[in-house]
Design a protein. Sequence first.
Length: 256
Amino acid sequence: MKIAVVTGASSGLGRELTLQLARTEKHLDEIWVIARRRDRLEALRPLCPVPLRVLPLDLTDPSAADALEAGLAAAAPEVAVLVNAAGFGRMGDWQAVTRRDSAAMIQLNCQVAVEVTQICLPYMGPGGRILEICSTSAFQPFPYLNVYAATKAFLYHYSLALGRELRSRRITVTAVCPYWIRDTEFIPVARQGESQAVRHFPLASTARRVAVRALLDSRHGRAVSTPGPVCTVHRAAAKCLPSGALMTLWEGLRRL
């Protein structure tokens, strides 16, 4: 049995990637969808032509990783695609973002992504694909998104290094680094308590556009996917300009 595993599948980019996998990956027998909210996962069933296995797990609970590991051991599937889309962010300076939120971002965006990847890798074979959902914020330090951007930089570098390790197994790892996505819950959730840290989100993309491009880049074996013009230019600029200059530019843009 060939499956895909998608974390953060109940909303936003994770939900859209689930739908796109179901429509385009014809070899899948099941998609295992993971998120806290069972009702939202169940709502995906009539939209997906591929059977879903709903796993309502809170991945920040240490028992959740054990439950996923046990489920894979019992079913013994081939994991053809893994998408780590679970994550969240908070905007604001160091006083606005609580210690608890900072710790939770590090846990979910970094620790959980690594744990899920390591759990799934023994079930992946040649041709397997991993998509780690990073962010264009991985390319530079971002004041007022400092912890979130740092977690995505961690995941970005982890993805690149892991992809190099897995070349001999013919498993590809793609770090997906989108710009703002306007039709997900990320922006309203991230702005809680600090609505003016970033005032506007010009040229924001859509979840569908990002998902389609990310999966295309994954099929082509690309190590990095920048699904849109802004993140593509940003990646190039980050290779040429010092981080201080980029942070100064960001300081002006976020106030517009």
